[in-house]
Design a protein around this ligand. Sequence first.
Ligand SMILES: NC(=O)c1ccc[n+]([C@@H]2O[C@H](COP(=O)([O-])OP(=O)(O)OC[C@H]3O[C@@H](n4cnc5c(N)ncnc54)[C@H](OP(=O)(O)O)[C@@H]3O)[C@@H](O)[C@H]2O)c1
Length: 296
Amino acid sequence: MKILLTGARGGLGSECKEVLKSGYEIIAPDREEFDITSWDKVIIAINQLSPDIILNCAAFTKVDECETERKISERINVEGTRNLAQAAARYDKTTVHISSDFVFNGRKRLPQPYFEDDPMDPLCFYGFTKMESEMAVKQNTRNYIIIRAGWLYGIRGDNFLKKILRVALKRKRESICVVNDQFGSPTWSYRVARQIKLLLDNGKEGIYHATSEGYCSRYELAKYFLEKMGIKTPVVPCAAKEYPTPAIRPVNSILENRQLKREGLNVLLNWRKDLDTFIDKYGEDLLREETGAQGD
Ligand SMILES: NC(=O)c1ccc[n+]([C@@H]2O[C@H](COP(=O)([O-])OP(=O)(O)OC[C@H]3O[C@@H](n4cnc5c(N)ncnc54)[C@H](OP(=O)(O)O)[C@@H]3O)[C@@H](O)[C@H]2O)c1
C-alpha cells in the first residue's frame, strides 16, 4: 500500500516516515513540492501519485502565533486539511488526520480524562482550527482515521522538552519557572507513529485518542526531564496566570485512549517509562543539539 505523507519534516511526520516504511511505500514530498493549501497541487498530486492512504501530519503548530496569524493558521490547518479530504474522497482514498487535545476546553475535574466522544469546545484559535480540521475530514470523506495526540516530544522538530533544555542550559544555576496548573500526558511521537501503523495494519477507521498512560503537570515534566538529563538547573512551580500567553491553554489535557483499549490496540506506555527510554536513546543527541545551537 502506498501512503502520501504530509509534514514529513516535522516532529511526528518524521517518525511516521521511519516507522511506516516497513510495510508501506511512502511518498513524502516536502512543503515546497506539495503545499496542502493549494487545491491544484493537492488534486494533481493525488491523481498522479495515486496513494491508497493520505496521512496528514502537516499543520501550523505554533499555538501562540495562531492567535495573531489567524488567516495563515486557518488556511493550513482547516483549508489544507479540507483539500486533502476532498481529494481523498474524489479518488476514494483513506485519510488519516492528526488532531489535538486542544479541541477540548480542559474544564473536566482533574484527573478525569477526555474521551473520544466528548464535545469539542476549544479555548484558543489553534484548538479552533484543529476542531474545524476534524469537521473538514468528517464532512468530506467516508474513510478516515482521526488521531488526537497531545504534549508530543521527539528527537526531530521543536518541542516543550527541547525548549526547557535550551533555557536550563542557558540559565545554569538560576532557576526556571514552569506552570504547575496545566496537566497532560507527555507522549513520544515515535510511539504515536507506531500506533498509527497498527491502526492501518488492522484497517481501522474512526476517532482515536493516542497519548501516553498517566499524567503530570508541565512543572513535573520539566523537573523529571532535567533530573534524568543530569541538568542541575532548579525548576520552580508557578501559576499560568503569572505568565500569560496569547493563547489560553486547557488546564486538563488528559485524554483516555478508550477506543484503542476497547479494540485491544493500545501501544502507548506510561509517560515516565517512555521518557526514560527516549532519554536513554537520545539524551546525548539532545545535549549536543542544544549546546551546538547555543554556540552559534
Ligand atoms: N506538537 C504537539 O505537542 C502536538 C500535540 C497534539 C497534536 N499535534 C498535531 O500533530 C500534528 C504534527 O505535529 P508536529 O508537532 O509534528 O508539527 P511540526 O513539527 O510543527 O511539523 C509540521 C509540519 O507541517 C509542515 N507544513 C506546514 N504547513 C504546510 C503546508 N502548507 N503544506 C505542507 N506542509 C506544511 C511543516 O513543513 P516545514 O517543515 O517545511 O515547515 C512541518 O513539516 C499536527 O497536526 C499537530 O496539530 C501536535
